[in-house]
Design a protein around this ligand. Structure first.
Ligand code: AMP
Length: 113
């Protein structure tokens, strides 16, 4: 499978506005924000989508959610926010590297589009 833009972002070949980084994860502002706060949290490990995760990834996946919580607190999403994983074609995934969207500072609606 061809390399994604997120692989280049992880290697710092494409500049992004980094919000958080550690050994296993990276968070940065979405280039096309759908809310006043729109941040992507990604694993540095190359995981295309949820179908390929295994028990080996349990700690990493939990870590990503903890990072979501930490970032939400840091950017002041005290009134709630939405966390989205667009997974696969019907899920609307456009970049084949697992990512969690954090969307906040506006009222979200349901059902999503
Ligand atoms: P998805 O549609 O769930 O696969 O989300 C991919 C997201 O990546 C979209 O919200 C894009 O705006 C975002 N995106 C794509 N390229 C970049 C980039 N170079 N920097 C920041 N965000 C990006």
């Amino acid at each position: 499978m061809s390399e994604t833009v997120f692989a280049k972002i992880i290697r710092k070949e494409i500049p992004v506005d980094i919000v958080y980084e550690d050994d296993v994860s990276l968070a940065f502002k979405d280039i096309n924000p759908q809310a006043p706060v729109h941040i992507l949290v990604i694993p540095k490990k190359s995981i295309t989508k949820l179908e390929i995760v295994t028990e080996e990834d349990i700690t990493l996946l939990g870590h990503l959610l903890l990072i979501v919580k930490k970032i939400a607190q840091e950017v002041g999403l005290d009134n709630g926010y939405r966390v989205v994983i667009n997974n696969g074609n019907d899920g609307g995934q456009t970049v084949n590297h697992l990512h969690l969207h954090i969307l906040g500072k506006r009222k979200m609606t349901w059902p999503p589009g």
